[in-house]
Ligand binder design. Structure first.
Ligand code: LMR
Length: 342
């Protein structure tokens, strides 16, 4: 009698332990199996307005993730530098304060010179040429080139080609002489402005409008969508359509965060990033050209279109920048990149 009661008690206790163990393994421990597991949070800060190629891509990423990984992953997008600047986001990603960024390739100069090739003026004639280069072995190799700095690239997103805006039409490179230009944090862009006799000032994106408005700087280079959405056209009477350089982004995560994700979540997120990349890179040109149209319609800034000869003069004037950086970038790589123009 005693023995049989004792066995019943032991079975009850071990069943209880098994139930508790199962609850813990299912992630319901502590709440008696009542509490649902919290979704993994991806904080995603960026510096452009929501209605830009990057702003739209980040929102689409959030929507698709929250549809396909509902309850398992949540994405918080912080546009317009409302959470932090690009420069600060590199540190925040490394320290795990944010989980994803999409930062201009030019601003990676702080961590590696490997991305300098994207800033060489007039190297890539258009976005398809950039895209072919990014898809090459070299381009794909760049994604993993900053893992030691706690930054793992997942993909490249386009914004568009850059134009110069300023206080006067800039038909010739000589017209840039003596002007103070805001540039992104890149030594190639600094050399490019020095090459045309301008005075380059590295500055965070969120400060540019005020710097132009107050005259702290006279001019800047950016894409149509950034010039429109950040209202630079309201304080820059002329925009010269040079298409002289590329502005695109590295979509990146912290490699430790990425490795810590459950396998199925990581592979689904990687798939979503690839799908959003295709969508975003198709949209970028549409959004950029819409920005140009809206600037023209506003009548607040005059758009200067260059003749082929005028554009060639800009190209010649800036070309020495290639020589300055050919050792750090690699002359063979520059030649290889040029081959992607067809
Ligand atoms: C800039 O600083 O001009 C750009 O990097 C902004 C952006 O992210 O497109």
């Amino acid at each position: 009698m005693y023995i049989s009661n004792h066995f019943t008690l032991v079975r009850k206790i071990s069943n209880g332990i098994l139930i508790c163990l199962a609850a813990i393994l299912l992630g319901c421990g502590g709440g008696g199996g009542q509490e649902a597991a919290k979704p993994i949070l991806i904080k995603f800060p960026h510096v452009t307005a929501p209605a830009t190629p990057k702003g739209e891509a980040a929102e689409r990423f959030k929507q698709v993730v929250e549809e396909r990984l509902a309850g398992r992953v949540a994405v918080e997008v912080y546009p317009s530098a409302q959470l932090m600047s690009d420069d600060d986001s590199l540190d925040a990603l490394a320290f795990g304060e944010v989980q994803m960024i999409a930062i201009s390739l030019s601003k990676l100069d702080r961590l590696t010179h490997k991305f300098q090739i994207f800033d060489l003026p007039f190297l890539f004639p258009d976005l398809p040429a950039v895209e072919r280069f990014q898809a090459s072995d070299y381009g794909q190799g760049l994604l993993r080139s900053m893992v030691d700095s706690k930054l793992l690239g997942l993909s490249f997103w386009h914004n568009g080609m850059k134009q110069f805006s300023g206080p006067a039409p800039m038909r010739t490179p000589e017209s840039a002489k003596g002007l103070k230009f805001r540039i992104m944090e890149s030594d190639v862009l600094q050399a490019q402005i020095l090459q045309i006799g301008g005075n380059p000032q590295k500055m965070a994106f969120a400060e540019v409008y005020q710097a132009l408005q107050t005259g702290a700087v006279d001019a800047q280079e950016n894409t149509w969508s950034n010039i429109y959405s950040s209202k630079f056209y309201e304080v820059q009477p002329y925009i010269t359509e040079t298409n002289h350089g590329y502005l695109g982004y590295l979509v990146a995560v912290n490699p430790d965060f990425w490795a810590s994700l459950p396998d199925d979540i990581r592979s689904e997120l990687a798939l979503i990033v690839q799908e959003v990349t295709i969508w975003a890179n198709e949209q970028s040109t549409i959004i950029d050209l819409a920005g140009k149209e809206k600037i023209i319609e506003s009548g607040q800034s005059e758009v200067i279109e260059l003749t082929a000869d005028e554009r060639a003069a800009w190209q010649r004037a800036m070309r020495p920048v290639w020589d300055t950086f050919s050792e750090s970038i690699g002359a063979d790589l520059i030649a290889a990149a040029q081959a992607y123009d067809k």
